[in-house]
Design a protein around this ligand. Structure first.
Ligand code: LLP
Length: 423
């Protein structure tokens, strides 16, 4: 595969690969780097909206964007505009989403240890759903619900399906901090407890079998187990969680949100789910990953006996995924995006740590050198949202592009920002 075809497959929908530049949303990456500096996150608004719309079409109302994958005010508003609910996993995510102007009635609250203050806030503002995780939470909720603050909830259950990227195994017993176990009878008991409480409406069940899943079989198995479990309960919602995988590197291919929704539909029908039951989901990565890229500038090239190290001006603070999960990425030289990538280098960051590797073996043109602008595609999910200030490195700016224009949605952090917490 040529560099150009790999690049085109991984870039956002509107990308155009030229001889000496790459355009996204009609905007030159070289111009963006010159104007906003690097490292820089660039998101294509058309791709973000298209993926949101696809999710809305693929599932029933209540389908949510998993905001942990990438959250800022603009993103929350965009997902809401497109008809998605927003899934939050902490009080911090809830606060940001409400500040952004998303109505509480479109927010779904998750968490395996929701703080009393978070539950109180969620009930006070009247969120769409709280996804109840454990018995301690039920006890806490019992002291907080009232006629003025009723609870609309799902229970999170562990269906015993453990999904991996290319396989799934059915586990007899679940070993996870999330949700109520089906096999132990905990899920059954949780339903009974919630049903015995006043001012509580239990709408149905929720499960999430994992993340970056390519095969539909795990989801199909999950659906069958959930549908069997809720038979005769009279629930009105079943949420299959998130987890749809995306392609990060050459040769990978993933299912679309539409295909995922179809697979889930077929499975719910085959399992005999009442058509009146809403089937929802919570994709994160599949909405934002491919919409985003990161731009870096090369600052040092160091050949050693075994290989060449190429250091860029970011690293594990803006993309911890390679270090945490061994995740793979591709790199391209923005000024020569069609050139054959004939030289392998280890693409590293600028952190004071040997493990600060972005791409273990990155292929780049032989001409890539100090000063070159590098783009790593498919960095829209779990990059900015998991970014840190390790070594007191300020977080990059985030730009949305579309229709030939760029707008700053998160400014670059400054040293003053970092210093403002000093007591
Ligand atoms: N719903 C629940 C309850 C979840 O726990 C998650 C992700 C999602 C939805 C969204 O999953 P997605 O569609 O994005 O796969 N930091 C890791 C991923 C952690 C996912 C945690 N939960 C990574 O960078 O790969």
């Amino acid at each position: 595969m040529s560099a150009e075809s790999i690049l085109t497959a991984l870039l956002p929908d509107t990308a155009e690969v030229l001889d000496d530049d790459v355009l996204i949303g009609g905007v030159s990456l070289r111009h963006l780097a010159a104007r906003y500096g690097t490292p820089l996150f660039v998101y294509d608004e058309v791709t973000l909206r298209a993926r949101c719309a696809e999710a809305v079409a693929a599932f029933d109302d209540g389908v949510a964007f998993a905001s942990k994958s990438f959250l800022c005010g603009e993103m929350a508003r965009l997902a809401h505009d497109e008809g998605l609910c927003i899934d939050v996993a902490t009080g911090g995510e809830l606060d940001l989403v409400l500040r952004a102007g998303v109505p509480a009635s479109r927010v779904i609250v998750h968490g395996n240890n929701k703080l009393p203050s978070e539950l109180e806030h969620a009930l006070e503002v009247g969120v769409h759903r709280i996804v109840v995780d454990n018995f301690d939470e039920i006890a806490r909720l019992a002291t907080l619900v009232s006629p003025e603050q009723p609870l609309d909830c799902l229970i999170r259950v562990t269906p015993g399906v453990e999904a991996h990227t290319h396989e799934f195994v059915r586990t007899g017993q679940e070993d996870t901090k999330f949700g109520f176990s089906l096999v132990s009878g905990d899920a059954r008991r949780a339903i009974d407890e919630l049903r015995a409480m006043a001012h509580v409406t239990l709408h149905g069940v929720h499960a999430h079998i994992g993340s970056q899943i390519f095969e539909m079989a795990g989801f199909e198995e999950e659906v069958k187990i959930l549908v069997d479990f809720i038979a005769g309960e009279g629930f009105d919602e079943l949420c299959v969680g998130g987890g749809l995988g995306v392609a990060y590197v050459a040769g990978e291919s993933s299912k679309s949100l539409t295909q995922w929704g179809e697979a889930v539909r077929v499975a719910t029908r085959a399992a005999g789910l009442d058509v009146a039951v809403r089937v929802t989901a919570e994709p994160g990565r599949a909405i934002v990953a491919q919409a985003g890229v990161t731009l870096y500038t090369v600052g040092a090239v160091k050949p050693v006996t075994q290989r060449t190290y190429m250091a860029v001006d970011g690293g594990m603070s803006d993309n911890p995924r390679p270090v945490l999960y061994g995740s793979g990425y591709e790199a391209f030289d923005v000024a020569t995006p069609r050139a054959a990538r004939t030289r392998s280098v280890r693409l590293v960051g600028r952190h004071c740590e040997s493990g600060d590797v972005l791409i273990d073996t990155a292929w780049l043109p032989a001409t890539t050198a100090v000063g070159s602008l590098i783009v790593t595609p498919v960095t829209g999910a779990y990059g900015y949202s998991m970014a840190s200030n390790y070594n007191r490195v300020p977080r990059p700016a985030v730009i949305f592009v579309g229709g030939g224009a760029a707008r700053l949605v998160l400014r670059r952090e400054t040293f003053d920002d970092l210093a403002r917490l000093e007591a």
